[in-house]
Design a protein around this ligand. Structure first.
Ligand code: LLP
Length: 441
């Protein structure tokens, strides 16, 4: 289908002064055509009519532009750039990133499978995880993935025994628990002496002496992912400096390091004034720090997908409360648990009057039976039941963390580009949700 508007087009991101602040949080192709929000040349009301709501709309142009931007930023350092699939494991999105030449960071046999379906070569994927299952490790070994990022000594022991008898040595990267002073939500902090990820200093010594003697595993790199929503580049320069100091220790075990990985976690704005970490600024801060023979590896998730996605909901009811309007929609914490998990803030835009989007006293709430099911607060939503609301910056960690709470089926996903929309994930159904229940058949 090609739901394009015919009227005069105002590009939100370029010409509309009133909507200028939204430029940072909407997809590149967002348009205000005769007062109706369009993405990728497609009218959101038309998409909602065809595919239903809640609907997740991903803009292919933004996905490709972000992938190219990150690749270009790190091109001079010849870095390995991988997309962290946990941010969005939608196969069509993975395929776009594969076509753009990125690698894939996975954390489970399931994400590896999604990567294979998107056409990634196993050599371009690596496996993370602090408590990988035997199935995860076996699949990674069977496919000979680019690398397995070892998180702990128990995993190293299991991997050693699972890799016995193989003709090739499995490539291993060690994840370190570095303290690099990252400031973020406690749940988004993934490095430090007290977090659950990575090897502490003593554990690292043990891991190195074991790898020094291993005939089935080969150390190729060191890794530290400081956390998520990090806007200060100094966190990454500190992480890289610590990894490089550790290289000296590695050498004392007769081992070498080809790659130093600093993870992802680059901050993106969810509301117009939020801080961000631009890939170009990060790349510039790291330039010159690495010796020639060691390759940099980065694995952003959110920075590649967050702004490309917009969630579209239909208003079900509007109540007047002392503090403002309470606007209830047909989605919520089932498709976006981030506000409940992290107190994450979002913006909200009336689809049929995008210019009205502003700060205000209204609250956008979901349909789930939890008082905490709030999608956005402090917004201005002059809407009535039946109207549509778009929530921008919906591309990362919403669908990938979506649940079927209250037995509400997870939403459909469309990929839009140049006036065409393609259904890439169908809406789940009640039958599907109940299909694992063996009683009552
Ligand atoms: N690499 C590693 C080893 C990671 O653990 C993560 C995220 C990433 C890369 C990608 O981070 P990103 O660039 O997307 O920030 N569910 C949370 C985020 C959890 C991130 C966990 N690890 C959220 O919705 O904010």
């Amino acid at each position: 289908m090609g739901p394009t508007g015919t009227g005069r087009s105002k590009t939100l991101t370029e010409t509309d002064e009133e909507l200028h602040p939204l430029r940072r949080i909407l997809p590149d192709s967002s348009d205000n055509q005769d007062g109706v929000l369009h993405i990728g040349g497609c009218s959101l009301p038309e998409l909602a009519a065809v595919y239903g709501t809640p609907l997740y709309v991903y803009d292919e142009e933004t996905l490709r532009a972000q992938a190219r931007r990150v690749s270009a930023a790190f091109a001079s350092s010849s870095a390995r750039v991988s997309f962290a699939a946990k941010a969005c494991a939608t196969v069509a999105v993975l395929r776009v990133f594969r076509e753009e030449g990125l690698g894939l960071d996975t954390v489970s046999a399931g994400e590896i499978e999604a990567g294979l379906r998107a056409g990634f070569a196993p050599a371009h994927m690596h496996l993370h995880g602090n408590a990988k299952s035997d199935e995860d490790l076996a699949r990674a070994l069977e496919l000979d993935l680019g690398a397995i990022v070892v998180d702990n000594l128990d995993e190293l022991r299991r991997l050693e025994s699972m890799s016995l008898g193989r003709s090739t040595r499995a490539r291993v990267i060690l994840r370190l628990a570095l303290s690099v002073g990252a400031k973020t939500h406690a749940y988004l902090l993934t490095s430090g002496a007290d977090t659950k990820f990575g090897l502490g200093h003593d554990e690292l010594q043990t891991a190195l002496s074991r790898l020094g003697k291993s005939s089935t595993l080969r150390l190729i790199g060191l890794h530290a992912h400081p956390g998520s929503q990090i806007s200060d580049a100094r966190v990454y320069t500190a992480a890289l400096a610590s990894l490089l100091e550790t290289v000296e220790l590695v050498k004392t075990h007769g081992l070498g390091v080809e790659e130093a990985g600093i993870g992802g976690g680059w901050a993106v704005p969810y509301v117009p004034n939020d801080p961000a970490l631009a890939p170009e600024d990060l790349a510039a801060s790291l330039r010159g720090l690495l010796p020639n023979r060691i390759r940099l590896a980065v694995e952003p998730g959110r920075a590649l997908v967050a702004r490309a996605g917009v969630a579209v909901y239909r208003v079900v009811s509007v109540k007047q409360r002392p503090a403002g309007r309470l606007v209830a929609v047909d989605g919520g914490m089932g498709d976006n648990p981030r506000p409940v998990f992290y107190g994450a803030g979002y913006s909200a835009i009336p689809v049929n009057d995008p210019a009205a989007a502003a700060k205000g006293s209204d609250r956008l709430v979901g349909r789930y039976c939890e008082e905490g099911d709030v999608l956005a607060e402090g917004v201005h939503l002059p809407v009535v039941p039946g109207d549509l609301i778009a929530v921008p910056t919906a591309g990362a960690y919403q669908l990938s963390m979506a649940s079927a709470y209250n037995l509400v089926p997870q939403p459909a996903v469309v990929l839009v580009s140049r006036g065409r929309a393609r259904l890439v994930t169908r809406r789940a159904s009640h039958g599907e949700l109940l299909s694992r229940e063996l009683d009552g058949l």
